[in-house]
Design a binder for this molecule. Sequence first.
Ligand SMILES: C[S@@+](CC[C@H](N)C(=O)[O-])C[C@H]1O[C@@H](n2cnc3c(N)ncnc32)[C@H](O)[C@@H]1O
Length: 203
Amino acid sequence: MQMSISTELAQSFDERYAGTPGWDIPGPQSAIVRLAEAGLLSGPILDAGCGTGENTLFCASRGLAVLGFDFSAVAIAKAVRKAEERKSPARFLVYDACRLPVPGEQQFSTAIDTGLFHVFSDNARVKFVNGLRQSLKIGGIYYMLCFSELEPGDWGPRRISQKEIRSSFSGGWAVISIDESHFDTVERPEPVKAWLASVRRES
Ligand SMILES: C[S@@+](CC[C@H](N)C(=O)[O-])C[C@H]1O[C@@H](n2cnc3c(N)ncnc32)[C@H](O)[C@@H]1O
């Protein structure tokens, strides 16, 4: 039986999540904590490619309505277990980011993404951006943390330039800011260079 690219990719992430992948830190990314502390996260929130759910659970712990989804069933099973252990109201779903919007869900005020956008092929990126736009209310904000081209070497995911971010979000969106930021990981002692993009749905 021939598998679709997404299914093969989801299986490869499932395999990574059988252990602890390098990006799967035991708490929220500090970039997300800073956004919350600045009062920039408003619910309902969609956490796209939420992995084992730390950012989603963090948002829920601040009283925000939040749905985390990921196409890795193994990651979502871990996230659901954490939510039960922490008695968190966070919701989780196995879903493909290239098939947004999620059927039956309301539009979101905010979307967050730490490490999903830089996984996409060029084609998947276009599908995701179109579906994401439909998933957000007009005026809703997408906060995206991705590997930047300033990170040296060729380990890890593809690097993303500011120009690529601006061209992905050119129709119906306004790029508010793209700031230097970083990923915290369990595999590197030093922070990994990232862009934190804030993009608003305009129409
Ligand atoms: C680098 S990990 C980041 C996970 C999480 N956001 C975090 O910060 O720990 C990228 C995540 O994107 C998920 N992913 C990749 N492509 C996806 C797709 N098409 N739909 C849903 N999730 C996807 C992977 O399963 C993985 O959990």
